[in-house]
Design a protein around this ligand. Structure first.
Ligand code: CMC
Length: 466
């Protein structure tokens, strides 16, 4: 292993052209050459600033809309090898974690960097379990939403509201405050999610039950009716726990980037995590599992699969739940989910959509169109089927994604706060607008009399997924 000082120096970004690998850049505008240090397969964007055409030139910047080739941080939380289909948290494979661990243990691992000892785990589970209640005013606040409010909108608003109940969380450098914020968010997220669901259904809210495990308690708050004690099916609770583990973190995705970006202003962690919930709400991020179910319902029977795949190849359709920006191999999370679908359906009864999904996957993987493009099932291909079997309405799917991702958001937020290299996130821009115009009084502006309504709608630009 490299000596610790060397590693730290490189981590701190002081690798020099002499001490490490380097890149030689020749500026064809001036003929000047520059040596730029290469560390961990990256160059520092700030090293480009020295490249100027004149003394008063601002210096070269990199242009990278959507950060498709920019590392925004150094992180020791989640490792993904998309080509090989590998996902690891703090060095442990997702397969081992799903087989042996619980979501709460994985949350501890993500946040503290190590698997807990038995007493540490006991205290962690105790603390989370005993902070699941929310202030009664939050219940009143949720009651204020329309009966058909989207549960993700309700979750977004109520997580943001939590910051007003815990103003001490603003002390982001105080370890005790950070611990309490982590505990509270992980503990209360299922309560807020279940309240949003019960509000939509017009059902009374169910308070947390401290005798139940984390996933069991969530099922109880969702589905308890008149029984005095809700007794969850252990197969369903385990499948939900595995789904929670699978969604706990996925390195620098859109919502995590939002949490880090907003958190970099040193706002409290409740507000930073609210930004993550908002980002997850978008259909390009948290909503694909819902689209898979809609697609399967449209295909209806296995006989229609060839026709559907032909339409996909003609680009009239997209095979939802297939393909990924990072994984160019079978998404390891999809493989794990698939194993649990059978267990869940054993408890809830057959679902013809599963047979359809299995057949669709088989036909697609036999087809050169998909294999040549490295399109394999992703996490969303089977997760919707489990949620549906659990009788969870589609509007709640993204909410259920947000519950476990909270551990990832918090761990990434903490890592960002402790990283001496991080500052307030503030990208640069390439300005393309007008300059140095003279202000004209309103009556002197040409064409002003012709405008009778709002400005014309701009043509819709096709968007690419995340
Ligand atoms: N069905 C049909 N063709 C596809 C699909 C698909 N699902 N995904 C990609 N392609 C084709 C695409 O048309 C392109 O073909 P060509 O090179 O001939 O133009 C090629 O494959 C490369 O696709 P891309 O659009 O460059 O890939 P991307 O990395 O920009 O998009 C994606 C990744 C996930 C947005 C895309 O695969 C997709 O839309 N999949 C369906 C939606 C989905 O399942 N999303 C869930 C992602 S997992 C969620 C998570 O991890 O949080």
């Amino acid at each position: 292993m490299a000596n610790e000082n060397e590693t730290t120096e490189q981590a701190g970004g002081v690798a020099t052209a002499e001490s490490a690998e380097s890149l030689t850049i020749t500026d064809s505008r001036t003929g000047e050459s520059y040596e730029v240090a290469v560390a961990d397969g990256t160059i520092r964007a700030m090293d480009l600033r020295q490249i100027k055409v004149s003394d008063d030139d601002f210096g070269l910047m990199s242009y990278d809309p959507a950060f498709t080739n920019t590392a925004s941080c150094r992180s020791a939380i989640t490792y993904i090898d998309g080509e090989a289909g590998i996902l690891q948290h703090r060095g442990y494979s997702i397969e081992q974690l799903c087989e042996h661990s619980s979501y709460l243990e994985v949350a501890y691992l993500l946040i503290f960097g190590e698997l807990p000892t038995a007493p540490q785990l006991e205290r962690w589970v105790y603390d989370v379990t005993h902070h699941t209640f929310v202030h009664e005013n939050i219940k009143k606040f949720v009651e204020g939403f329309r009966y058909d409010a989207h549960p993700m909108g309700m979750l977004l608003a109520s997580v943001g509201a939590l910051s007003t109940f815990y103003p001490d969380a603003k002390q982001i450098d105080d370890p005790e405050q950070r611990y309490m914020a982590a505990i509270r968010m992980i503990a209360k997220m299922p309560t807020l999610a279940a309240f949003a669901y019960r509000h939509n259904m017009g059902l009374p809210y169910i308070y947390p039950d401290n005798d139940l495990t984390y996933p069991e308690n969530f099922l109880s708050m969702m589905f308890k009716m008149t029984e005095s004690k809700y007794e969850p099916d252990p197969r369903l609770a385990r499948a939900l726990d595995v789904l929670f583990i699978l969604h706990a973190d996925h390195e620098q995705n859109c919502s995590t980037n939002a949490v880090r970006g907003v958190g970099s202003s040193q706002v409290d962690p409740y507000s930073a995590v609210t930004a993550g919930v908002a980002a997850l709400y978008g259909p390009l991020h948290g909503g694909a599992n819902e689209a898979v179910l809609r697609m399967l319902r449209r295909i209806e029977t296995p006989e229609n699969i060839p026709d559907f795949l032909a339409r996909v190849k003609d680009r009239e359709e997209r095979l939802m739940g297939f393909g990924h920006r990072v994984y160019k191999n079978y998404d390891p999370r999809a493989r794990i989910i698939k194993k649990h679908v059978d267990e869940v359906l054993e408890a809830t009864g057959e679902n013809p959509l599963l047979d359809l999904a299995v057949e669709l996957e088989k036909r697609a993987l036999d087809d050169d169109f998909f294999t040549s493009r490295k399109l394999y099932p992703n996490v969303d291909f089977y997760s919707g089927l489990i949620y549906e079997a659990l009788r969870i309405p589609t509007g709640m799917f993204t909410v259920i994604f947000a519950i476990p991702r909270t551990a990832g958001w918090i761990s990434q937020w903490m890592e960002m706060i402790d990283d001496p290299e991080q500052k307030i996130a503030r990208p640069r821009q390439v300005y393309t607008g007008a300059r140095d115009l003279d202000y004209l009084p309103v009556d002197d502006r040409e064409g002003a009399e012709k405008i009778t309504g709002p400005p014309a709608r701009r043509p819709k630009r096709p968007r690419r997924g995340a």
